[in-house]
Design a protein around this ligand. Sequence first.
Ligand code: F6P
Length: 360
Amino acid sequence: MKKRIGILTSGGDCPGLNATIRGVAKACYEMLGQDKVEIIGVCDGYYGLIHNICREMKPEDFSGILTRGGTILGTKRQPFKMMTVIGEDNVDKVKNMKLTYHTQKLDCLLTLGGNGTHKTSKLLADEGLNVIGLPKTIDNDIFGTDVTFGFHTAVDIATDAIDRLHTTANSHSRILLCEIMGNKAGWLTLNAGIAGGADIILIPEIPYDIDKVCASVTKRSKSGKNFSIIAVAEGCFDVDEAKLKKKERAKRRAEAGITTATNRIAAQIQKNTGLEARVCVPGHMLRGGAPSAYDRLLATQFGEYAAQLIKDEKYGMTVAKVNGKITANKLEDIAGKTKFVEKDCQLVTTAKNIGISFGD
Ligand code: F6P
């Protein structure tokens, strides 16, 4: 009996998606036999599943993609909270996804994505489909796994950005703020901030006090350092905003014409300390280009493990790395949960003990 395996990539792209797809395909061909496997690529994530946009893939499709950034399948954001809502287009998304699965005669569906993707994966598993998730995101905030693929490459890129800002900060005696992606979780900013030698790190899990941020900058300046580097997570907020609900916070910021806190912090530092401040936003560059060696390895291990799950017909799971070992969690145990940086975790303590300020 041939196995028909559907595969999709959903949510924001990141380095390592293609390496994972390749890992799954190569391991399936190897372990199940090339003539016993048919791989169906679902285009543009759940959008392709809703609209039955699929293509049969051949072994050669998986060659030469280990180092390729982005995703060969395409991706789209398809918010989970809208999945069960029938919109103006009158499309019943859940019904359609199940229909595509059955029309394509799939035996299982692999979903490569982040937190939102995993919520939909669980929904589909609850609807009776055989689903296996794979943890992708530069945010590293998927619950139940030490690490997600894409994260380490993004840490390398963000670290490089911070490294490069040092020269201008030093030459011009400036305060340079580097805004790093991460709306809810500060893993990327924390890791790149430490690796890049930032002086201050601001993350959503630790609301900052602007007076303390300015005091750290002034202290450094008075000690003879002519510049400071601040790594700012895009989703960070101050102690007053921390008292507000997310929607209220967003409303206030919209009214004040603020998207992220970074520009506001730069303006406050310049006003309060008299030092010149500038902002740099690497943005989607953090998700671009080839995966690092670490991510190629992780993606290959994750992909191979997913193939093992397919072989053993273990569904309703998502692949994970736990205490250094590749394993899998039940979707029901992780979907809908976020892995946050804990305020007193070892990495934060290490940073504080070498003099990095979190503005708290
Ligand atoms: O989830 C990954 C991520 O890069 C976040 O860090 C960031 O907040 C968001 O995606 C950006 O989304 P988009 O690419 O849709 O602008």
